[in-house]
Write a protein that binds this ligand. Sequence first.
Ligand code: COA
Length: 388
Amino acid sequence: MTRASVVGVGMTTFGVHDQPLPELFGQAALDAIDDAGVMPGDIDSFYFGNAMGGQTENDTHLAPTLATEIGLAGIEAQRFEDACATSANAFKNAVEAVDAGIHDTVLVGGVERCTPETGKGTGAMTEIFASASHRQYEQPTGLTFPGVFALLTKRHMHDYGTTERQLAHVAVKNHYNGTNNPRAHFGTETTVEAVLDSPIVADPFHLMDCCPFSDGAAAVIVTSDDVADSYDEPVDVTGVGQATGRVPLGLKSDIHATQPARDATATAYEQADTTAEAVDFAEVHDCFTGAEILASEAIGFFEDGDGGPAAEAGRTAADGDRPINPSGGLKAKGHPIGATGVSQIVELTEQLRGDAGARQLDDPTRGLAHNLGGDAATTVISVLEVRG
Ligand code: COA
């Protein structure tokens, strides 16, 4: 059943930007408004995501600031914060509000600046990101996010025999996909050997297993089913699920910390009345290569333990039988925290409309977005479909 529809998308390039944050967001938002052909007066509400603006920009009350920047001052506006799952949660809440009949047309978007353009380098940003982990039990131990996902990946390697080479294949595939995405942070290919030869960041992750720090913004226009009827190519949102896991890591209910992803996926599939087999492709949260393998199993694309061999065999490539991250994913497209969730919705929409240019998949009808926040603590899943 259609819960809401996406009728317009906009996105900046992900990478290094020198504009102030409001201008960066304005670019994506105005592109989405233009793509949808809506008049600003038709927009009922603004659902907005930004995770780190307090620490990176000393700017916290951003929703009205950005509404002013894009000429929507006076509109209802709210900010969401859920670490890396920030704007997927804004999207989910917008879909639910539209589905409930509260709004007809909503602007949903996210923005973040994470590169040294904010005046902060790798060390400072790593510390700021770590503020999304447990204040008492994780931060004092020096556990960083590369460390969190390294622990989860090591356990997967121990349990299923997943190898560093299989992880490297994820990076090679996503860098290749990034070369077909003009908005990607990295537009360069890499090789398994180059990944394995790059410096270790947190064992088993080499530098090339990690996503970068990126600046960027993404926005979409979400409308009710009725409003979407007047569009030639609306993309329908048929399922949205969100679940949380216990924090800190030591309290997780499962050793790989994928239960929230499994629960949110089950909710979204039930709403969409679909199964993993009927989903043609996915954008998943590959903040580190191991995270993509864990996600590919949690969303049901592969049995537990099969994600690594599937990546190595090319099954998740754009021309494989289970394409994952045709955009290049966080690894190559980039990861401006608060923009990432909505950027996945942009990719799903463009793929489903047949508008994805050189990275267009072969006629997909249903896609899934998996966006994860914190130490695998929050997962948001969205299922989008071509209107039947
Ligand atoms: N993938 C590929 N190349 C990368 C990269 C990445 N993740 N990060 C940096 N590079 C490249 C840079 O472009 C630069 O290339 P150049 O020398 O040709 O200009 C080179 O590697 C060194 O860049 P630098 O910024 O000095 O690297 P760094 O060692 O300071 O940081 C990481 C590299 C991997 C440690 C950093 O990107 C990181 O911590 N990423 C993870 C971010 C994160 O945790 N996000 C949250 C996830 S939940």
